[in-house]
Design a protein around this ligand. Structure first.
Ligand code: NAD
Ligand code: UDP
Length: 317
């Protein structure tokens, strides 16, 4: 198959590019490199089945060669980044999704939207099933992201209903692992990088807020299984193990044997207090559930960050 992945040079996109090439497909990676990196796809550039298009998906684009699948992952994805570029975030989610849906329709391709647990906002239902409609502040500082993804879902189902497009929607819960950007600002990369240099870990709020962390390989497995199933409704993909941010900080400090201390800063507006996926649908429809424990996933991630830091330091010398 010929597969278009927008945001293919990003954290999740690059893992998907790698997986689809490994599975024997051709991959068109589209990225504007706003947060993505060439390093993530360096090893694929020489593969004749891999092509790279530098383009902003919020602007239209046509493809001459037939596409079989269109996977839309392009978006500012970390709170630090999307709050810095709220308009670009809305454009990737709304115009970008519209453009990708148009491409999928023109090629009669299967379309997958990378949606997010953020569409549940600061949830009043716990854990969050796909049937929960969410609690989003539509004018708050996270709304550029949350509402862009809610709008993207609405666009996706409008194309399904009006044009009979074959769609898949995944709601991804906090995922981590190799290829995360160093300046990503998300909690796992921040804590690992600071712990590796014995700097203070900064917890926003009192650290009692929870997240459920999924290792990237598990997520990629879930996505590839879903693409092979005829299930068009949204599917939560995430790990059930729920941790307080404070506990995550302590686990990382202990794992790295770091001398870092913990410091506290104010909790940003609308930061969700609890988050845990209900993955009953993924279990039933896909026969999928995460296999990698937080400790194992963190070990693999730390190993990767250590290797990358070494390369960066050698290049700087
Ligand atoms: P990332 O920042 O590493 O990757 C996003 C990629 O999209 C980057 O390569 C970036 O350069 C590219 N991009 C952004 N805007 C673009 C545009 N307008 N045109 C072309 N390329 C553009 O983030 P990620 O964690 O890999 O996230 C990928 C997708 O998964 C996003 O849609 C995000 O909303 C979704 N998601 C991720 C998580 C997670 O925990 N990682 C959770 C929920 C949802
Ligand atoms: N967080 C933190 N310190 C950091 C980065 C994040 O305490 O250095 C907190 C953040 O306020 C949130 C949680 O960790 O409560 C997860 O943040 P992240 O940015 O990874 O993703 P979110 O789930 O909020 O989108």
């Amino acid at each position: 198959m010929n597969i278009l992945i927008t945001g293919g040079a990003g954290f999740l996109g690059s893992h998907l590019c790698g997986r689809f090439l490994k599975d024997g497909h051709s991959v068109v990676c589209l990225d504007n490199f706003i947060t993505g990196s060439r390093d993530n796809i360096e090893g694929m550039l020489d593969d004749p089945r891999f092509s790279l298009i530098e383009h902003d998906i919020s602007k239209p684009i046509c493809f001459a060669e037939k596409l079989d699948w269109v996977l839309h992952f392009a978006s500012l994805a970390s709170p630090v980044h999307y709050m810095k570029y709220p308009i670009k975030t809305l454009k990737s989610g709304l115009n970008g999704t519209h453009n990708c849906l148009g491409i999928a329709k023109a090629h009669n391709a299967k379309f997958l939207l990378a949606s997010t647990s953020e569409i549940y906002g600061d949830p009043m239902v716990h854990p969050q099933p796909e049937t929960y409609w969410g609690n989003v502040n539509s004018i708050g500082i996270r709304s550029c992201y949350d509402e862009s993804k809610r709008g993207a879902e609405a666009l996706t189902y409008a194309y399904m209903r009006q044009h009979n497009l074959d769609v898949r929607v995944i709601r991804i819960f906090n995922t981590y692992g190799p290829n995360m950007q160093f300046n990503d600002g998300r909690v796992v990369s921040n804590f690992i990088l600071r712990a590796l240099s014995d700097k203070d870990l900064i917890i926003y709020g009192d650290g009692s807020q929870t997240r459920s962390f999924c290792y990237v390989d598990d997520l990629v497995d879930g996505i590839t299984i879903l693409m092979g199933k005829d299930y068009k409704q949204p599917v939560n993909l995430g790990n059930l193990a729920e941790y307080k941010v404070m506990d995550l900080a302590n686990i990382i400090i202990e794992l790295i044997k770091s001398k870092s201390k913990i410091k506290f800063e104010p909790l940003p507006q609308d930061d969700p207090k609890r988050r845990q996926p209900d993955i009953s649908i993924a279990k039933k429809v896909l026969g999928w559930q995460p296999k990698v424990s937080l400790r194992d996933g963190l070990e693999k991630s730390v190993e990767w960050f250590v290797k990358e830091l070494k390369i960066k330091n050698e290049c700087a010398e």
